[in-house]
Design a protein around this ligand. Structure first.
Ligand code: FES
Ligand code: FES
Length: 173
């Protein structure tokens, strides 16, 4: 048994300690944001934040998350609310600016990769308020164990959505 904190809530999990965190999130905790793509840390579709850093949950053991804060796509609104001092009631009616920007830019095509794209964007924008296009490209290509892959080719829309989210987040600072 392991106790982990996911999206601000303590969760007791019965899975063995070496179970991939992705399986725990999807199968035990019924969080369907993170996707199973390659299972080899090579695509980014399974990404979550672990203490604010993007990790590939397909190759991260449950034991590695004990004592740390896991944030999934579902937890982004609450994360934003906490950072900005917005009430939980208000947070339940809103999205994280990254999610909102993804909608406004109509970024997803099939959508399969977009969980990882939004997680990566959130990590980047928490670190760099107004990233350049080069910094955005670097974040999605060489900053992790592999590039974040989109088989549908939504890369241009992703850059635009990150820029839109950066403006929205900066406007609230
Ligand atoms: S499923 Fe984890 S990186 Fe592809
Ligand atoms: S939107 Fe289809 S894989 Fe990225």
């Amino acid at each position: 048994m392991a106790m982990i904190v996911v999206n601000g809530v303590r969760r007791e999990v019965q899975a063995p300690a070496d179970t991939p965190l992705l399986y725990v999130l999807r199968n035990d905790l019924e969080l369907s944001g993170p996707q199973f793509g390659c299972g080899l840390a090579q695509c980014g579709s399974c990404s979550v934040l672990l203490d604010g850093k993007e990790i590939r949950s397909c190759v991260t053991a449950l034991s590695a998350a004990v004592g740390k804060e896991v944030t999934t796509l579902e937890g982004l609104p609450g994360r934003w609310a906490q950072q900005k001092g917005i009430s939980q009631a208000e947070a339940e009616k809103t999205l994280h600016p990254v999610q909102q920007a993804w909608i406004e830019e109509q970024t997803p095509l099939c959508g399969f990769c977009q969980n990882g794209m939004m997680i990566k964007a959130t990590e980047l924008l928490e670190r760099v308020a107004t990233p350049t296009v080069a910094e955005i490209k670097e974040a999605f290509t060489t900053s992790g164990p592999s590039a974040h892959l989109c088989r549908c080719g939504s890369y241009t829309a992703i850059i635009q959505a990150v820029q839109r989210a950066a403006m929205a987040m900066g406007g609230n600072r």
